[in-house]
Design a protein around this ligand. Structure first.
Ligand SMILES: [Fe+2]
Length: 295
């Protein structure tokens, strides 16, 4: 169920200075399938043939674009009307990848580029092998997180699921469907922190650790039971410097009148399984990618 102009999370596009390593990790560690290449771009998906993660070969690592899905063409046109009313620049009016019915890309607050797409429906699809079921959310660290939450709720119709810190001093978790969050934002230095993928089961979080170990790598943080969203999660660092999350068992919200859950200062929202100081790994929030789009 979706109520607004955005109904689902779409994709993430990342510039990488080593595209073959990035693609190899996305296939061998995350479990995605390569679904196409064009120019300097490689498209990957959890299931089906619609890109959910695109790597673009570049000199420097960076965040190129965050994709959002509009439920209908009318919804897409309404988003564009609102974006132009806000005075935000439209960067492109053509889809950035194949398999998209219509799309446009705009430059949002703090240089974060968003592509809004309408995509044709597909039948039920299941993951092949150990891969995740779908791309689920991103977590980013805007410098002015209150301005960003106002933009996402007032212009793009996201709803606040949880408020982090007294009065939102730390951040917000937002939803565009029944899933607890499609976007999480924590005030920070203006970077994307992680993109997140829903796994088939809790065991897949352990299997992620096994695959990382087999590749001479390691988990960044796991396993945890988040307070905000209730999801079980595991994290690793991808080549670009961005964090990747695998998660399962996230809360779904079916009550439109559910008030936001508040996590005042001092209440642990990031891990219900341990409140030991330092259990959020040191430097965890320092990872991430700055957006490459410029005004
Ligand atoms: Fe997350």
């Amino acid at each position: 169920m979706a109520w607004g102009v955005i109904s689902d999370m779409g994709s993430v596009t990342i510039r990488t200075s080593d595209i073959e390593t990035s693609v190899r990790d996305a296939v061998g560690i995350l479990g995605l399938t390569e679904v196409g290449r064009d120019g300097r771009s490689v498209h990957l998906a959890a299931v089906g043939d619609r890109a959910e993660l695109t790597y673009v070969a570049a000199e420097e690592d960076g965040l190129e674009r965050l994709g959002l899905v509009a439920p209908t063409l009318d919804g897409l046109h309404e988003v564009r009307r609102r974006i132009e009313h806000e005075g935000l620049p439209v960067l492109s009016t053509t889809p950035s990848q194949p398999g998209i019915e219509d799309a446009f890309t705009f430059l949002g607050p703090e240089g974060f580029a968003f592509e809004v797409v309408v995509r044709p429906g597909t039948g039920p699809a299941q993951p092949v092998g150990f891969g995740p079921k779908r791309y689920g959310h991103f977590n980013f660290h805007p410098q002015d997180h209150r301005r960003m939450v106002a933009f996402l709720t007032e212009v793009l119709d996201f709803r606040v699921s949880d408020v982090i810190g007294t009065g939102g001093s730390i951040g917000y978790f937002l939803r565009c469907s029944t899933e607890h969050h499609g976007i999480a934002l924590v005030g920070g230095r203006g970077t994307l922190h992680h993109h997140a993928w829903e796994t088939q089961s809790f065991v897949d979080l352990a299997k992620l650790g096994d695959r990382l170990h087999a590749h001479g790598r390691e988990l960044l943080w796991a396993p945890v039971r988040h307070g905000a969203g209730q999801n079980l999660a595991a994290y690793y660092l991808e080549h670009s410097g961005n964090v990747v999350e695998l998660y399962t068992d996230m809360e779904h919200i079916y009550d439109d009148d559910r008030p936001p859950v508040e996590w005042p200062d001092g209440k642990v929202w990031w891990n219900e399984w341990s409140t030991q100081s330092g259990f959020l790994p040191e430097g965890f929030r320092d990872h991430g990618l700055a957006p490459v789009a410029k005004h």
